[in-house]
Structures are given as C-alpha cells and as structure tokens.
Design a protein around this ligand. Structure first.
Ligand code: CTP
Length: 435
C-alpha cells in the first residue's frame, strides 16, 4: 500500500535554503513542461535517516533528457545527456550536479517471471530498484511539493532498521546487489531481513556470480572497503561465503580480523594528522584480506578484478617488498634516521600504513610513524648550481653527492645551506670527485 505524507518541513529543516530553492525550481520547471518529477533514492533515504545528503537524483515521468536540457537553459547550467539510457546530468553554474533520469528507462531487463501489473512509471522505476529503503520518492511539482511517496514500505523498514529486497528475483536481476545489501547494512547498522538473507544464501549456493564481471565485483567490494568502518561488512561477507566470489581460494584466519582492526587504527592515525591527503583506503584492507594467498592466486585475483597497473603494483609487488622490509625493520631496528629513510623511502602511503598494521612491535610502529611524519619530506637545500661552483660536472656524481648530503641532513649533521656546502666539499675531496 502506497503511503504518502508531506515532508516539506523536513526538507526545510534538513537542507540549506539554496537546496530547497533548487528543488522548488526543478518542480516549477516540471510544471512548465507538464510533467511529474521526483527526487528519489539515496537522497530521500538519507534525508529520512538524518544523514548527510549528497547527490540529487531526479526521476521524470516523461522525457528526462528534454527536461534536463530546458532546466539547464533556465539556470544557465550545462547539460550532458546519455541518450541510450535516457539520463542526463545538469551541472549548475556553481558546479552542483543534478542527475536526471526518465522513469521509463530500461535500466535492467525486467524479470520475465514477475507478474505484469499496472503501475505508474515512477512506481515501476522504484520497483526495479534494489532495496525498499531506496525506493522512496518526493514529488517536486509545485502543487504537490514535498509529498513523500513510499510504495513498498520503506519507512517501516527504516524504522525496523532492515534491508529488504522488493521482490524475490532482485538478486537474479542483479547479483551485485548482494554486496550492496551488506554495504548498506553495515553503513546504517541495519540488519538484513530474514527472507533477503535467505535469498543471499541461495545466490551463493546457486552461484549467481559466475557470470558477473570481475570489474563489477571489484567496484562493489571497493565501495564496501571505502566505508568508514568496513570490518563488520567484511565479516558478513565471510559469513555468507562471499569472499569465495572474489576467488575460490580466498580465505581468512583468526589473525585476519585482528589485522583488519590494526588497519583501522593506522588509517585513523593517518587521517587525524593528514586530513585531506587522498590515498587508496580500500587497498590496505584488501592487502590484509589476501595476505594468505600465494602470489599466483593474488595474480589471478588481480586479473579477475581487472586491477589497473597501479593497483597491481601496490597489491602484488610493493606489498611483498613491504612485508620483507617490515621483517628487516623488526629484526634489525635501524639505528639512524638515514638508515630508516633508506629502508622506507620508496613506499607510498598505502604500504607504510599496511606495514604499520602488520608490525608486531611498538618500536617498529614508532619508526614507521617517524619516517612518515618527519623524515619523508625532508629535502636538501643545496642545488646543482652550488655543486657546479664547487667544480663538479653535471652527471651521476650529482646524485651521489646529493644523497650523501640528504643522509647528513637526516642524521642532523648539517643544519644550514652553508653546512651542506661544507659537507659536500668534504665529500668531494674524500671521494676525489674533482681533480
Ligand atoms: N540501484 C539498484 N541496483 C544496483 C545499483 C543501484 O537498484 N545494483 C539503484 C538503487 O536503488 C539506488 C540507485 O540505483 O538508490 C542509485 O544507485 P547508487 O548511486 O549506487 O546508490 P545510492 O543509494 O545513492 O548509494 P550511495 O549512498 O552509496 O551513493
């Protein structure tokens, strides 16, 4: 039974004045063209959950592309459309994006086994979606502005904190939804409903995933691993046996969860100190997940998930190097900064954090932290032109002299540019670089 109520007040309360004005403007533009339009999906869900809302997804009962074009014109924005899907993105002058879709679009092939019933196009559009909580729509046309339409009991499921599919063929239609169920359950701290859970078990048993492209599996897995705390979701994946969808030999041991918790701590440490520095969060959890696999299996996983060359380098090559260097660090703690620096200097953030998570000793973690926070960015002041005045000809000697100066700087043997020049002079003399 479709439930309707007006959420105008909630919109005013939860959104900025500009956002509400934008929704009203979209509604007015729809009225002009005589079409019904709605803001739908994650936006409405997050609004009702009192979570931060982001993308505005608009569904138009009619031609989404012509609506988007005329709306872009009205707002002096740009419109990029995809004819094949009947979708468009309107980019407003301030860069804000509004996604527009036509309710009639063929998003997935409709499961033939389902009874055909009369539905409005908005209801049909919602019926094709994954979980009840994603199927609410808020009408934007002026007369009905703010009318929340809940076709499939989404509000009840939000209240019960439950992830539920709309019909029993949802995972047949799109098996990646299994991963999405786990992502949402984890993100909102919801439970997967009993029937939905059975449908997931069935999907695993019958192996709905065998024809799924590795790229799609990776995209879903990556989204899960990019969540604030992916660990409960990783545990749920394992409970359903979904790690084997990634690779049949992928398995966890009782250290896995311990290390995942250590990854979480290392990432929290990093993010506190380096707020906006981007890095591949997912890859660090992923490296822990695959750490028991042989290089051959990891290569197969990389092939199946269609890793980019960068991903491959991190997960295959650098990870193994990092594990070896970590052993060296733990067996022979470096006595000088320059030694520590030379052990770690080639590793990117992801690998340093991976090592931090896997380190057994506090002392090692401290050394990694010293490298990452202090030593990594230390640069020499001396330049090529200084070396030229000292009589050195540009060439391989330059690099050697520079790195010995850097070593001296890391070990606090030089402080100023003059110190560095003196140090370089000494080095040049000792190594008889200039005759
Ligand atoms: N959708 C679906 N099946 C999928 C992927 C998406 O039915 N395999 C539907 C969902 O109902 C969702 C909408 O398409 O509401 C948009 O997808 P997406 O942007 O991935 O979802 P959001 O709900 O906005 O999720 P997030 O908050 O993670 O962006």
């Amino acid at each position: 039974h479709t439930r309707k109520r007006n959420v105008k007040r909630l919109l005013d309360e939860r959104l900025s004045k500009q956002e509400v004005a934008l929704l009203r403007k979209i509604g007015a533009a729809g009225d002009k063209l005589g079409i019904n339009l709605f803001v739908v999906g994650g936006f409405v869900r997050d609004l009702l959950l009192y979570r931060k809302v982001d993308d505005m997804d608009i569904v138009v009962e009619g031609d989404g592309i012509s609506f988007a074009k005329s709306f872009a014109l009205m707002c002096k924005g740009r419109c990029n459309s995809h004819k094949k899907f009947g979708t468009a993105v309107v980019v407003l002058p301030d860069g804000f994006k509004v996604d527009v879709a036509s309710a009639r679009r063929e998003y997935y092939k409709f499961p033939a086994a389902l009874p055909t019933v009369e539905m409005s196009s908005i209801k049909l559009d919602m019926f094709r979606r994954d979980f009840t909580i994603n199927t609410m729509a808020i009408q934007l046309n002026q007369e009905k502005f703010g009318t929340l339409i809940d076709f499939f009991g989404a509000q009840r499921d939000l209240k019960d904190k439950t992830i539920r599919t709309i019909h029993n063929l949802s995972f047949v239609e799109d098996p990646t939804r299994v991963f999405r169920a786990i992502k949402f359950a984890n993100r909102f701290d919801f439970t997967i409903g009993k029937l939905t859970s059975n449908l997931i078990q069935n999907a695993v048993r019958v192996d709905f995933f065998k024809n799924l492209s590795g790229l799609r599996v990776f995209s879903e897995l990556r989204q899960i691993l990019e969540e604030d705390d992916p660990i409960p979701a990783i545990k749920t994946l394992e409970t359903y046996g979904l790690e084997r969808v990634i690779h049949p030999y992928l398995a966890f041991d009782n250290q896995t969860v311990v290390l995942l918790e250590e990854v979480k701590k290392a990432l929290a440490w990093h993010d506190l100190l380096f707020l906006d520095t981007p890095y591949l969060r997912w890859s660090i959890y992923f490296m822990v997940m695959i750490r028991l696999c042989s290089p051959k299996i990891v290569q197969e996983i990389a092939d199946r998930l269609k890793f980019s060359p960068t991903h491959q380098r991190i997960i295959l090559n650098d990870r193994i190097k990092a594990e070896q260097r970590l052993e060296i660090l733990e067996a022979n703690p470096p006595k000088s900064n320059s030694r520590l620096h030379s052990i770690l200097k080639t590793f990117r953030t992801e690998l340093i954090l991976y090592m931090m998570a896997c380190a057994k000793k506090d002392e090692t973690r401290k050394a990694l932290s010293l490298f990452y926070t202090k030593l990594r960015d230390i640069k020499v002041l001396i330049r090529g032109e200084h070396l030229i005045t000292l009589g050195v000809r540009p060439g391989p000697e330059f690099k050697r002299i520079m790195s010995s100066v850097l070593k001296a700087r890391l070990d606090h043997q030089v402080a100023t540019l003059e110190n560095e020049i003196d140090f370089a002079k000494g080095y040049i003399r000792q190594n008889k670089i200039v005759d």
